[in-house]
Design a protein. Sequence first.
Length: 387
Amino acid sequence: MTQKKTIWISLGLLAGSILVVLIFFWTAPEAEMEGASKTTAMLVDVVQAERGDFSPTVVATGIVQPATDISLSNQVGGEVTRIASKFLPGAYVNKGELLLQINPADFENTLMLRKSDLALAQSDYEVELGRQDVALKDYELIGDELSTENRNLVLRKPQLEAAKANVAAAEAAVNQASLDLERASIRAPFDAHILSRNVNLGSQIAPGSDIGRLVGIDEYWVMANVPLSKVNWLEIGENTDGSGAPVKIVHPAAWEPGQFREGKVSRLVGSLDNQTRLARVIIQVQDPLMRREPDPDKPPLIIGTFVEVQIEARKLEDVTRLERQYIRPGNTVWVMEDGELAIREVTILFEDQDYAYINEGLEDNAQVVATDLATVVDGSPLRLDED
């Protein structure tokens, strides 16, 4: 009996406890969330726009070419009897320096024969002058009046003219023989760098043979390809009395850092490159091989080298310069004004490799947003790191 009573008491306590817990949950007050959101300003970095006068740089590529390039050939034929020690690929020769000698014996003999013919022609002319004097005296003794034609015949004028013509022909033959003898000695036509030699001692060469290739050492050209939109911004030498736009020539793959050569824009080629459809300009480089004024800090130019040229364009006045990476799609710029984002449409006057030059739409010293934003809405709050 007592055990049953204990069981019922325990069940009653358990049921009472469950009831109390249920009542507690049913009657407990519910926590209410009050909707309050605080908008956080986006953290950005800014750069300051710079206004003033600037000289932008047009970066292009080009190939080094010789300004003077010839295939040396001979005007008379014969056996090569002498080759100068300097007539080798890679050597340098001065204007007028002997390169090779063709056997002059035949030309010397021909010259002697022509001089002999000239002496005979001059002798015949002198004899004819004496005959004309005798004929004139005989005519004066006779005293008859003759027609002009008959008088010329009596005075031997046709014979004198023929003798005079023979002298002139003989003199021309002597000059030609002298010229052929001179042409047997082949000399450098200008100060040159020898690129190739195609004959050897004892070679039999005909007139017009390809003896070798020579290039001038005073000037090289860099044929550069420039976008057509940039051409009007360049000072062309032939249009400005030779004072073309200055150019810095670099070759990062072969030259040491900081090494460069200087040139100037000389001419604009009147046709586009067939493959790239870019305009071509000729850049003059004086003393390309550093032969006139040696300088160990200036590397020589090598024909056929692919180089980079940095051409100074015409000066832009009263424009705002901004790095190209801060120009957003649609030619817009993000500006921070009074802690808010302002999207500005700008007019770009010119662009080079690094900068955009703006003439409208951006104030001087404007704070340009340099940070890429995921959400771009005009008027969005911004803050700087120091804020």
